[in-house]
Design a protein around this ligand. Structure first.
Ligand code: R5P
Length: 260
């Protein structure tokens, strides 16, 4: 890996090998997701607690102060919608030149293993990696799961390993029973998505399990920005990821910060 690539990755995954990525890219196929109707306003108080921000080009340009120094993980795949026919029908949506112009730390693209457009999305990942390698830009492969896909260790190991074999530099997936197997068989760092909104303590337990079973951290969205108190929640997640807080300690911190 060249210096530029390593430098960009180290801005996202910090010296302790961990990261708290704030994911707010949902609108690329979900439109104005609950909590992100006014994306700029929602994320403003949260940015200082995030190691990286994952979002789309349009939201970056219009909602984020370019003077604020935060590594950007730019979603560069799309082409479907929640009301469309097939979620897996994605392609690359942003040129590598525009990603560089936006000074991103990494680019992200979804692969849909086992879905109708599996081949197209793996080839899009390969193409993106070919382009990004030329400029030292890391690629995050997002293991997207269809509505009917079983999120078990066998399936998620398959997805993560294919992402790594294709050349992705880090991968986003889900926590599952036997998550250790996913980690053991994947030679690149794994970040765990939060998934649908669940009670705060359960989301903190998810983050705790993820890092204690070997994930490099979380790429969490709805469980932060849809929380009763997003600012308190991201601080509690951060305490788990970077300070090895237990779930109880982090939940206590969440309650304390919520009162302020
Ligand atoms: C999907 O829309 C995106 O890839 C999200 O970034 C990802 O699902 C993480 O967000 P959440 O924690 O809300 O699942």
């Amino acid at each position: 890996m060249d210096w530029g690539m390593r430098n960009r990755l180290s801005r996202i995954i910090r010296r302790d090998g961990r990261t708290v990525m704030l994911a707010v890219d949902h609108g690329y196929f979900l439109g104005p997701t609950t909590g992100l109707e006014n994306l700029g306003k929602t994320i403003r108080p949260l940015l200082r607690y995030a190691d990286a921000l994952m979002l789309t080009r349009g939201m970056l340009r219009t909602q984020v102060d370019p003077g604020f120094d935060i590594p950007i993980v730019l979603r560069v795949s799309g082409g479907n919608s929640i009301v469309g026919k097939e979620l897996s029908n994605e392609e690359i949506t942003v040129s590598i030149r525009d990603a560089i112009r936006l000074n991103v730390a990494a680019v992200a693209l979804s692969i849909y293993i086992g879905a109708e457009y599996e081949h197209q999305t793996i080839m899009a990942l390969a193409e993106l990696i070919n382009q990004a390698e030329e400029f030292g830009i890391p690629v995050l492969a997002v293991t997207a799961v269809g509505r009917e896909m079983e999120r078990d260790a066998k399936y998620l190991s398959l997805c993560c390993r294919i992402a790594a074999e294709t050349g992705a530099h880090f991968v986003k997936t889900y926590l599952c029973e036997g998550f250790e197997r996913v980690v053991e068989t994947c030679p690149i760092p794994i970040v765990v998505a939060g998934g649908k909104k669940i009670p705060e303590k359960e989301a903190l337990a998810l983050a705790y399990k993820a890092v204690s079973k070997g994930a490099a951290g979380v790429d969490m969205g709805r469980n932060i920005f849809q929380s009763e108190n997003p600012k308190a929640m991201i601080q509690a997640v951060r305490a788990i990821v970077h300070k090895n807080f237990t779930v109880d300690e982090a939940y206590e911190l969440y309650l304390k910060k919520s009162k302020k």
